[in-house]
Design a protein around this ligand. Structure first.
Ligand SMILES: Cc1cc2nc3c(=O)[nH]c(=O)nc-3n(C[C@H](O)[C@H](O)[C@H](O)COP(=O)(O)OP(=O)(O)OC[C@H]3O[C@@H](n4cnc5c(N)ncnc54)[C@H](O)[C@@H]3O)c2cc1C
Ligand SMILES: NC(=O)c1ccc[n+]([C@@H]2O[C@H](COP(=O)([O-])OP(=O)(O)OC[C@H]3O[C@@H](n4cnc5c(N)ncnc54)[C@H](OP(=O)(O)O)[C@@H]3O)[C@@H](O)[C@H]2O)c1
Length: 413
C-alpha cells in the first residue's frame, strides 16, 4: 500500500491512500483486497479490532462449525486445504482466513475504528475518519458485515433479572451453565446451537420461539440440503424447489409444528429472499427437543427477578438468560450523507446489484448469502475498480502531466 501523510486542519494525521480504502478485515474485506492484488492494485484495510476475522475469533461459540460444505464457503482465488473436513470447525476457518491473508500479503491497519466516512464532492474523494487519522481515497469499500453489532431486544423486566444475562456473541460454551435453567431467547441458528451446547453440558435450556421458523436438516440422504437446493434451482422454479425441500424436511425431521416450531407459510428460500430470515439447519437440536431436553416456549411477556412469564400464561424460574436475538449492520452509524443504504444498514438495491454505489462506493458481504455472496461481490468490485484505475493511468500517461503534490490524493502512476 502506498500512502502519503500530511497534516489536516483538525491537526489529526491525514493519509492519502494509493488505492481503495476497505473498511473491515473480515472475510469480505480480505476477499476484495486479494482480488485487487490479483489485478495488481494496492488497497488499505481499516479494522476496528486487533485481528483478522474478529467476528469468528472473538464473537462466536466454541462448538461452531460451518453449516454449509466447505466448497460453498471458499473465498476467491485460494481454496480450503484438501485435508479440511466437509464442515470445517471455527478454528479451521480462522486458520484458513489467516493463511489467506498471508498468501496475498494483506496487512490491515488494526485498531482503526471508522467513525465517519464522507464523500467530498469538491475534491471527488472519500474522507474516512478513525479515532486518530483521516484516510483519503477515490474508492471506499464497505466490508463491515451484516453482523457487525449484537441486537439487544427490549424485553420487559430484563433489567430487573437477578441472574446472568448475555448475548450469544459473548457465549463460548455451556460449561459455565451446568445444572442451570437457561432461557435462550431466539430460535435462529445461534439459538438452536447454543441450546444444543447447553444440553451437552447438562444445563436445562428453554428456547423461546415467538414466531414461525423453518428448520431444515443439514443433510438429506448424505447430501447437503444447501447443495441440493442450489442444484434444483438450476432446473426448477423457486416455489417448486421450496416445496421439494419442505417435503424432504418433513420426511427426515417429521412435523416440526408439533414441537412448537411452526413453519412459516412462505417457503424457506423465498422467505430468505424476501426478508433475509435464514432457515435453521439442524445439527442435532431437534432430537433434543423431541426428547424433551430442550424445552420450546412461546413469546416472553415479562422477565421477573428470578424467572419469566410467557404470553401463554406459563411462568418459569430461570437461572440465566442468553439472548440469541441476532445481529445488525452498523453502516448508518458511520457512513454519512449517503442514501445508498437503508436505515438498517443494508444496500437499498437488491442482490445481485447491491455491490456498487455512486462516487466510487462499493459494498461487499451484504447479500444475505453468506460467504458465497462475498466471493461474488469481491470479484466484481476488483474488476470494476481496476478498469477505472487503468483509465486514470492511461490518462496520466497521455497527459504526461502528473500533478502529484503532498496535498493532492494519489493517482495510479
Ligand atoms: C455465529 C455465526 C456463524 C456464521 N456461520 C456462517 C457460515 O457457516 N457460513 C457463512 O457463509 N456465513 C456464516 N455466518 C455469517 C458471517 O457473518 C459471514 O460468513 C462472514 O463473517 C461475513 O464476513 P464479513 O467480512 O462480511 O463480515 P464480518 O466477518 O462481520 O467482518 C466485518 C469486520 O468489520 C469490522 N468492522 C465493523 N465495523 C467497523 C468500523 N466501523 N471500523 C472498522 N472496522 C469495522 C469488524 O470488526 C469485522 O472484523 C455466520 C455468522 C455468525 C454470527
Ligand atoms: N453454524 C452456522 O453456520 C451458524 C451458526 C449460528 C448463526 N449463523 C448465522 O448467523 C446469522 C445470525 O444468526 P442468529 O441465529 O444469531 O440470528 P437470527 O437468525 O437473526 O435469529 C434471531 C432470533 O431471535 C429472535 N428474536 C429477536 N428478538 C426477539 C425478542 N424480542 N423476543 C424473542 N425472540 C426474538 C428472532 O425471532 P423472530 O424471527 O421472531 O424475529 C430469531 O428467532 C445468520 O445468518 C445465521 O445463519 C450461522
Amino acid at each position: 500500500m502506498g500512502s502519503c501523510k500530511v497534516q489536516n486542519d483538525k491537526q489529526t494525521k491525514s493519509v492519502l491512500v494509493h488505492g481503495p480504502i476497505i473498511v473491515g478485515a473480515g472475510p469480505s474485506g480480505l476477499a476484495v483486497s486479494a482480488c485487487l492484488s490479483q489485478q495488481g492494485l494496492p488497497s488499505l484495510i481499516l479494522e476496528r479490532s486487533d485481528c483478522l476475522a474478529s467476528l469468528w475469533k472473538h464473537r462466536t461459540y466454541d462448538r461452531l462449525k460451518l453449516h454449509l460444505p466447505k466448497q460453498f464457503c471458499e473465498l476467491p482465488l485460494f481454496g480450503f486445504p484438501e485435508n479440511f473436513p466437509k464442515y470445517p470447525t471455527k478454528r479451521q476457518f480462522i486458520a484458513y482466513i489467516e493463511s489467506y491473508a498471508s498468501h496475498f500479503k494483506i496487512q490491515p491497519k488494526f485498531k482503526q475504528a471508522v467513525q465517519t466516512a464522507l464523500f467530498d464532492h469538491a475534491s471527488g474523494f472519500w474522507r474516512v475518519q478513525t479515532q486518530d487519522s483521516e484516510y483519503i481515497s477515490k474508492w471506499l469499500v464497505v466490508a463491515t458485515g451484516e453482523n457487525a453489532e449484537p441486537v439487544f431486544p427490549d424485553v420487559v423486566g430484563l433489567d430487573k433479572f437477578n441472574g446472568h444475562v448475555l448475548h450469544t456473541s459473548k457465549y463460548k460454551s455451556g460449561s459455565e451453565f451446568k445444572n442451570q435453567k437457561v432461557l435462550v431467547i431466539g430460535c435462529g441458528n445461534s439459538g438452536m446451537e447454543v441450546s444444543l451446547d447447553l444440553c451437552r453440558h447438562n444445563a436445562i435450556p428453554h428456547m423461546v420461539a415467538r414466531n414461525s421458523v423453518h428448520v431444515l436438516p443439514r443433510e438429506i440422504f448424505g447430501f447437503s440440503t444447501f447443495g441440493i437446493a442450489m442444484a434444483l434451482l438450476r432446473w426448477f422454479p423457486l416455489r417448486l424447489v421450496d416445496k421439494i425441500l419442505l417435503l424432504m424436511a418433513n420426511i427426515t425431521l417429521g412435523n416440526t409444528d408439533q414441537l412448537g416450531l411452526r413453519r412459516p407459510k412462505t417457503g424457506p428460500i423465498q422467505l430468505k429472499n424476501i426478508t433475509g430470515k435464514t432457515p435453521v439447519l439442524d445439527v442435532g437440536a431437534l432430537s433434543q427437543i423431541k426428547s424433551g431436553k430442550i424445552k420450546v416456549v412461546g413469546g416472553v411477556k415479562e422477565i421477573t427477578k428470578n424467572g419469566a412469564r410467557f404470553t401463554d400464561g406459563q411462568e418459569k424460574e430461570i437461572d440465566a438468560i442468553i439472548l440469541a436475538t441476532g445481529y445488525k449492520s452498523n453502516v448508518p452509524t458511520w457512513l454519512k450523507e449517503c442514501d445508498f443504504f437503508t436505515k438498517d444498514g443494508m444496500p437499498k438495491t437488491p442482490f445481485p446489484n447491491g455491490w456498487k454505489g455512486e462516487n466510487g462506493l462499493y459494498t461487499v458481504g451484504f447479500t444475505r448469502r453468506g460467504l458465497q455472496g462475498t466471493a461474488l461481490d469481491a470479484d466484481k468490485i476488483a474488476q470494476d475498480i481496476s478498469e477505472q484505475w487503468r483509465k486514470i493511468k492511461d490518462l496520466n500517461n497521455n497527459n504526461n502531466n502528473n500533478n502529484y503534490t503532498s496535498n493532492s490524493p494519489s493517482y495510479p502512476t
